[in-house]
Design a protein. Structure first.
Length: 241
């Protein structure tokens, strides 16, 4: 264990894997930011904390059973000559979940149906946690399978996951606050969820879409939205002046 601290290759793999885990965690942050948007601020903060804590637990738990993860990538059956593994099935289920959830949220945003009763809020909190657990499991499998291919030592993997989760926790608050302050960004985030869902389904079917393309599209769209928000703020300031 101590020897790893003096190995430059270990530090390089830790840095690379940490960056990769943070990038892969963008999907998780977007989902949590959208899903907690309808909760009260204090409740939303608690939901974010629980969601990210569960994500960390799932990732470390999966790292502790590496043989199981290797088994998840083994073919279970074939469809039209395409081998399907348990990992593929998990990605398919997660992608479909994101498509259904994103479509449902977009529909609610357009129709404007809201239920502000205390019982609905309590039920909503439970539903939010349940949905975060489901999607955490999906993203954890994809994230840890990637980690196994990039590092040799489980200590390095655990350290990278912990550092990435700390970074995600720090970023989740400002991102959630930004989404709540600017309602139009929630619709953009929901569009991102649909895009991520399609990518997960494609991965599950054996058609890998490079994440760089997806994240570039998301970054470009977010940049355009930020420019629109700044322009709207300036117009509002001029009209008030």
């Amino acid at each position: 264990m101590i020897d790893l601290l003096y190995d430059p290759a270990v530090w390089a793999s830790l840095l690379t894997l940490t960056v990769m885990e943070i990038v892969l965690g963008i999907d998780n942050i977007i989902f949590i930011s959208v899903i907690v948007a309808r909760l009260e601020p204090k409740t939303a903060m608690r939901a974010r904390q629980i969601g990210l804590a569960l994500a960390l637990v799932f990732r470390i738990a999966l790292l502790s059973v590496l043989t199981l993860l290797i088994g998840l990538t083994a073919p279970v059956f074939s469809v039209l000559g395409e081998a399907i593994s348990w990992r593929d099935l998990i990605l398919l289920a997660g992608g479909l979940f994101l498509l259904v959830k994103g479509t449902h949220e977009i529909h609610q945003g357009i129709e404007g149906h809201q239920d502000n009763t205390s019982s609905a809020a309590a039920a909503g909190f439970g539903a939010v946690i349940a949905q975060i657990i489901v999607i955490d499991m999906v993203f954890s499998v994809d994230s840890i399978v990637t980690a196994i291919g990039m590092a040799e030592h489980i200590e390095v993997m655990v350290a990278a996951v912990v550092i990435a989760m700390i970074a995600m926790y720090i970023a989740s608050g400002p991102i959630s606050a930004f989404v709540q302050k600017h309602p139009t960004t929630k619709m953009l985030a929901l569009a991102f969820l649909l895009l991520i869902g399609v990518a997960l389904i494609a991965d599950g079917l054996g058609f890998h879409i490079p994440r760089g393309y997806i994240y570039f599209a998301m970054a470009f769209s977010a940049g355009v939205e930020i420019i629109n928000i700044l322009a709207a703020s300036r117009r509002k300031a001029k009209s008030q002046a």
